[in-house]
Design a protein around this ligand. Structure first.
Ligand SMILES: *[C@@H]1O[C@H](CO)[C@@H](O)[C@H](O)[C@H]1NC(C)=O
Ligand SMILES: *[C@@H]1O[C@H](CO)[C@@H](O)[C@H](O)[C@H]1NC(C)=O
Ligand SMILES: *[C@@H]1O[C@H](CO)[C@@H](O)[C@H](O)[C@H]1NC(C)=O
Length: 734
């Protein structure tokens, strides 16, 4: 392939250094603010030593991120509906650039690839999208059902590409459809998975138009042996790493070196030390950059690095040589502009290197919007200085989450930048960086450019005493936690941040809220849902909610602390076992992603989750089958609880049971290892001087033969496999 390798010239190098110097105050500021002591949250749990130990996971979670205060938030209220518009625009809307790119893909894949390809997939999805749209159009002629009586169909809800379902009043309660539709999606996903190495390689080539990385057969064997499910569903890795394919190996190696020396980073090297040179057995090692970290920061970094080594223990002999840099703090680190990332992705899609001489890297400070394509709502028509009208959202048009990941994207859901403290705490948002570093982070939003790794923070198998569903004593939804999410001070929109929104609404005694009528068991469940009715909040909160902050206000200037403690409900802590008495458990983001999810999912209760952080398992879980997705503004919460509490206990129980099963079969240690293993193989290839050589080339009969044999991993077979692969020419994909 004709790769042009641009050699960074001295001028560019010094520009990079300069840029880095310019950026470092921001980065440093982030580090300092995160590590400044007393910010760890204790999340509503008792303070005995045992419990503290048990809960250290969650305690560590909510480390503080202090953002720059927003510039000047005039309190101008938007009429409802302008911000997160629920309209059809985003079903069809396409970037011109996207179109170009797909055209390029098509041209390229016609000549190069025999198998199906990404473009096929895109086309297929487009078709499906169109069909949906078509159905919607047919079915939404509310006034007109009789007009075309050749083709009367049942009224349907709208599934929008932005992840929301918009209810049609003529259709039955939308949650029936959300559940049945999600079951279908999940079964479809389960059924189409590869069953042999050959199928997996074909599927990889089909999806990503590229050979898998070298060592893929070892990954497959590990996954087979350990019963890892949904072996094709690792698109997150592809999306995170694709831009790096446009950077030449030398460039990536130098970025890696540069980042490995920054404060708060640690590097894992495999092989680190050779244990027995003759057997080729190796171990991974880690090295932390301690400068700039305080004692707590060093402790946490060390613990995280050790946990990563623990995770790699079973597979360290199966990896390709690797040096990988990880960010030790539990927040995302990288923010680059859409133009740069898009240009990298474009170049990668046509298998070329990005040429910095041909592109100006745009670093205009548009805040969070910098990460969005120009036509996306956050960038196109959202005013970061105007706060959304939260009350308007609560009483406005209804929608529910069907595609959870899509609803996490602030580019198409701009109010997230105000309603989620992690984003609004940074004011308008950071300025984009000029470089994209190949660094792993423990979490990211869709705006961030970090490579998502598996973090051990959430891992637990212990959940405390946990009655079966029918023995649970409390039918309400429980949430306890601290007032994290944002630093609470004047001039910052903390009073619309997610946890405040939750506690304030669920303790409100005055006023009404619109809620859909729920058909009882005796009713005809196919009865149209109609328009929502106003129900007194007092009533709803009494029956549905047990929600409160615990202890006293934290992360706040003292005047604001007082205000928070006065105006919002604080309640008693609940330990795990007490929590497990509740049928409904809410998981909502604090300062970053939530590490409670694994534990909550393992309980016999049903989990409701509201988040903007996609995680390593997100491609392999199904909302409405394993848990209940809740919008970030929480405006679907009362409808969801009313539905399940109003005669659908059996449906909630079913999700609770499926959720527990999921936790025990899709989120085991082995599943975390499988993700990291696959990610590391990809990453090794990116670093390799010759990426072709570092790819998996087996094709045709040989691959089939290989699949048919039961691959047993021993160190011998590993090295043999590697030799086999090197000796194969695999011309088909060269
Ligand atoms: C793809 O090929 C068509 C003709 O086959 C050509 O008109 C078009 O410009 C090509 N597009 C790109 C992006 O290369
Ligand atoms: C938040 O505070 C601002 C000003 O302090 C006030 O105008 C606004 O109504 C508050 N919003 C909510 C939801 O409490
Ligand atoms: C490799 O290439 C050689 C010469 O081009 C050819 O004879 C041989 O059959 C190829 N092997 C495979 C496995 O494709």
């Amino acid at each position: 392939m004709a790769f042009r390798i641009p050699i960074p010239r001295r001028g560019i190098r010094s520009a990079l250094v300069l840029l880095f110097l310019l950026l470092s105050p921001y980065l440093l500021f982030k580090h300092l603010s995160i590590l400044n002591g007393n910010t760890v949250e204790e999340d509503g749990l008792p303070k005995t030593n045992k419990d503290l130990l048990k809960n250290k996971v969650e305690n560590r979670r909510d480390e503080l991120v202090i953002g720059k205060p927003p510039n000047s938030h005039d309190q101008i209220q938007l009429p409802f509906g302008i911000s997160d518009r629920i309209d059809d625009e985003y079903i069809e809307l396409e970037d011109d650039q996207d179109q170009m790119l797909k055209q390029k893909y098509r041209n390229k894949s016609k000549s190069k690839f025999r198998h199906g390809s990404i473009s096929d997939k895109i086309e297929k999805e487009e078709e499906e999208g169109q069909n949906n749209q078509q159905d919607d159009n047919n079915n939404n002629n509310d006034l007109d059902l009789g007009a075309d009586n050749r083709n009367i169909k049942r009224a349907e809800h709208k599934f929008l590409k932005n992840g929301y379902l918009v209810p049609n009043p003529k259709a039955p309660h939308p949650i029936y459809k959300l559940i049945s539709h999600s079951k279908q999606l999940w079964n479809k996903k389960l059924n189409k998975q590869s069953k042999t190495l050959k199928q997996a390689v074909d599927e990889y080539r089909r999806r990503y138009e590229r050979n898998p990385p070298k060592g893929f057969e070892r990954w497959w064997a590990y996954a087979e042996k350990n019963n890892v499910q949904l072996k094709d569903e690792y698109d997150q890795i592809y999306h995170d790493l694709e831009p790096f394919h446009a950077l030449p190996p030398k460039k990536i190696q130098s970025l890696l070196k540069e980042s490995s020396e920054l404060s708060g980073m640690y590097t894992i090297s495999c092989p680190g030390i050779s244990v027995t040179a003759s057997s080729g057995s190796t171990k991974c090692i880690y090295k932390i950059v301690e400068k700039g970290l305080n004692e707590e920061g060093r402790r946490v970094a060390k613990e995280r690095a050790k946990e990563q080594l623990g995770l790699l223990k079973d597979i360290e002999n199966l990896l390709e040589p690797i040096k990988i840099v990880m960010y030790s703090h539990d927040v995302p680190w990288q923010f680059v502009g859409h133009e740069y990332k898009g240009a990298l992705e474009d170049a990668a899609s046509v298998r070329e290197f990005f040429n910095p001489d041909e592109h100006e890297i745009d670093t205009a400070h548009l805040g969070w919007a910098s990460a969005c394509a120009p036509h996306k709502p956050l960038r196109h028509d959202y005013d970061p200085d105007v706060l959304p009208n939260l009350e308007g959202l609560w009483t406005g048009d209804k929608s529910f989450v069907w595609d959870h990941k899509a609803t996490m994207d602030p580019c198409i859901h701009p109010t997230l930048t105000h309603l989620v403290g992690f984003l609004s705490g940074h004011g308008k948002g950071p300025g984009p960086s000029k470089e994209l570093y190949p660094v792993l982070a423990m979490c990211k939003t869709t705006l961030h450019a970090d490579v998502l790794g598996v973090s051990m923070e959430a891992w637990t198998e212990d959940v405390g005493d946990d009655p079966i569903w029918d023995d649970k004593k409390d039918d309400r939804m429980l949430w306890r936690g601290k007032n994290t999410g944002i630093y609470f001070k004047d001039g910052v929109p903390w009073n619309i941040s997610q946890r405040i929104n939750l506690v304030s609404k669920t303790s409100q005694t005055l006023g009404d809220i619109p809620v859909f009528k729920v058909p009882s068991a005796a009713d005809n469940q196919l009865e149209p849902v109609g328009k929502p009715n106003n129900i007194p909040l007092n009533n709803l909160n009494d029956h549905l909610m047990d929600v409160a902050f615990v202890d006293q206000a934290i992360q706040c200037d003292s005047n604001v602390c007082k205000q928070v403690e006065q105006d919002y409900k604080f309640g008693s802590r609940k330990d795990w076992s007490q929590g497990n008495q509740y049928k409904y458990l809410l998981d909502i983001d604090g300062n970053g992603w939530s590490a409670r999810f694994k534990r909550l999912m393992t309980t016999n209760s049903v989990v409701l989750k509201s988040t903007i952080f996609p995680e390593w398992y997100t491609d392999r879980i199904q909302p409405w089958v394993h848990y209940i997705p809740i919008k970030a503004d929480l405006t679907d919460l009362y409808d969801v609880l009313s539905f399940f509490r109003g005669g659908h206990d059996d449906l909630a129980k079913e999700i609770a049971i499926q959720g527990t099963k999921w936790s025990k079969s899709f989120w085991r240690k082995e599943d975390m290892v499988a993700y990291q293993f696959r990610l590391f193989l990809e990453y090794s290839r990116l670093l390799a001087n010759d990426r072709e050589e570092a790819s998996f080339h087996l094709t045709g009969e040989e691959l089939k033969k290989r699949s048919d044999e039961d691959i047993i991993i021993t160190e011998e077979t590993v090295s043999q496999d590697v030799n086999d692969i090197v000796q194969t020419n695999g011309t088909q994909f060269q």
